[in-house]
Ligand binder design. Structure first.
Ligand code: GAP
Length: 462
């Protein structure tokens, strides 16, 4: 088997598989696309939903101290003034003197020019434009706000400006009081939300890694200020458990303690969870201690009190916040990149996705050996219906020969294929009622009863 890290073309292969098998397509493709946008296709959307369902189970529904919201994407612009995003959510930007292409200054490699004797000229720092090759002098970057603006209502003047939210967190902080007033939760408690966020990234790149329209799974966990370190540790462990649950190899996930100068304006401590993507080790998720920055800022700006009264002690204070923030798209990409496998079969290469059965879009595929034999088709339909009692995502595939069907399901990451043949119907009496179960990762096949197959699938996805 080929090691995925050794393959320089891995990203190309993943992008191609995603398109070929209906996982992910370029956004607005028939019009030439729109940079930084992608659409999830039939299998991609199920994979993404499985990731989100698992997250909801672990981060919200499996806990007594968590609540959900689904806030509006368009919010009063004062939200983003208070949160600091209008003033500070910007990237440092430089422009190539020749082709005018813009780049993030913090992504550039600078070098010193040398004179004709090879002596380094320390006052002449330059960067090379990756678009046209021009050597540009290092200059002070300009700040470029990354929020998308639009207008609410009939007027298009500044008074009607609204922003597409740059993080889902905003809709959680603004609902803190609503949740407290309606459900009366006791601290510590958290609010979880999954939803779209928008960032006008200067250089969207690396497939679904850096997008302009992205999806986040975020928790704001409200605590007494003295409890932040303990809560930070708990969520840190939870994020590792989630990485394990979705099948990310533990040795590909790394923690990076973010230095003060690189932290977001609201954070007193941040750990980036980095993943070994094919294009390098990059941020997958973030865990931040946001202090009382947001609730205090919203209280000051809205003039609505956002403090919490501890009825047991009589203490009234502004809760502090621990925020585990997970990008859905980066998670999906990490899953795809770590699951991609190629098996050299001699005559050709077998490609498959070694997805954890829990998140695989299809749990199994059922197939009649021949599609023009009604008795095989009827039995296969019956077996599929039986297996769908365990999970509805049981694919049906009777297209092409059985080898082609297996290869197709391998690329979709379907862990099991179940084939119904004449022995199932009793051609060999001792095999009556049995089917062939094929395993995706090894290609091995075994003869089992339908009840045994059901047991295997149940065990794999539970
Ligand atoms: N509420 C905190 C927050 O938004 P962030 O580090 O800016 O913090 C959190 O973003 C997560 O959202 C990142 O760790 C990443 O998973 C995802 N994310 C951020 N920008 C992204 C982009 N342009 N494309 C895809 N995912 C992105």
């Amino acid at each position: 088997m080929m090691s995925h890290m050794a393959d320089a073309n891995l990203m190309e292969k993943i992008v191609s598989l995603c398109k070929r098998r209906g996982f992910i397509f370029p956004g607005s493709e028939i019009y030439g696309g729109l940079a930084g946008t992608f659409d999830y296709g039939p299998y991609g959307v199920v994979l993404k939903e499985n990731v989100e369902r698992l997250w909801l189970g672990m981060f919200r529904d499996g806990r007594d101290d968590m609540y959900g919201v689904d806030a509006a994407i368009l919010m009063n612009p004062k939200v983003w003034e208070a949160s600091g995003h209008v003033a500070g959510f910007s990237d440092p930007l430089v422009e190539c003197e020749k082709c005018k292409r813009r780049f993030r200054a913090d992504h550039l490699q600078f070098k010193y020019k040398k004179d004709k004797n090879g002596k380094i000229l320390e006052d002449q720092e330059v960067w090379v434009c990756e678009n046209c090759g021009t050597e540009n002098k290092k200059r002070e970057p300009r700040q470029f706000n990354m929020m998308f603006k639009t207008h609410a209502g009939a007027m298009e003047d500044d008074s009607a400006t609204v922003y597409l939210r740059p993080e889902t967190a905003g809709g959680i902080f603004t609902n803190f009081k609503n949740v407290v007033d309606s459900l009366h939760p006791k601290l510590p408690f958290g609010i979880a939300q999954i939803g779209k966020a928008f960032r006008n990234e200067i250089a969207p790149r690396d497939f679904i890694f850096r997008l302009r329209e992205l999806e986040q799974m975020e928790v704001e966990y409200f605590i007494h200020p003295l409890e932040w370190e303990q809560a930070f540790e708990e969520w840190r462990k939870m994020m590792h458990l989630f990485a394990e649950a979705i099948g990310l190899p533990q040795n590909m996930v790394h923690e990076l303690e973010v230095e003060a100068k690189d932290r977001a304006h609201y954070s007193k401590r941040t750990i980036d969870f980095e993943f070994e993507y094919p294009f390098g080790r990059k941020e997958l998720w973030g865990l931040a201690y946001r202090t009382d920055f947001d609730l205090s800022a919203h209280e000051t700006n809205s003039k609505v009190e956002l403090r919490y009264l501890d009825e047991a002690t009589g203490e009234k204070f502004t809760p502090h916040v621990i925020e585990p923030s997970l990008g859905v798209d980066r998670t999906v990409l990490a899953i795809l990149a770590s699951a991609y496998r190629e098996d050299d079969m001699g005559a050709d290469v077998r490609t498959y996705l070694a997805l954890a059965p829990k998140i695989a879009p299809m749990k199994a595929m059922v197939s009649p050996l021949l599609k023009n034999k009604p008795e095989l088709v009827a039995k296969a339909r019956e077996v599929r219906a039986e297996l769908q009692k365990i999970h509805p995502a049981i694919a049906w595939d009777d297209n092409g020969n059985i080898g082609k069907r297996y290869r197709r399901q391998d690329e979709i990451g379907t862990p099991f294929c179940v084939t119904i043949d004449f022995d199932t119907l009793g051609e060999k009496p001792e095999l009556k009622g049995t089917v062939t179960l094929r395993h995706r990762d090894t290609g091995e096949q075994e003869r089992l009863t339908v009840a045994q197959v059901a047991g295997r699938i149940r065990a794999a996805i539970s």
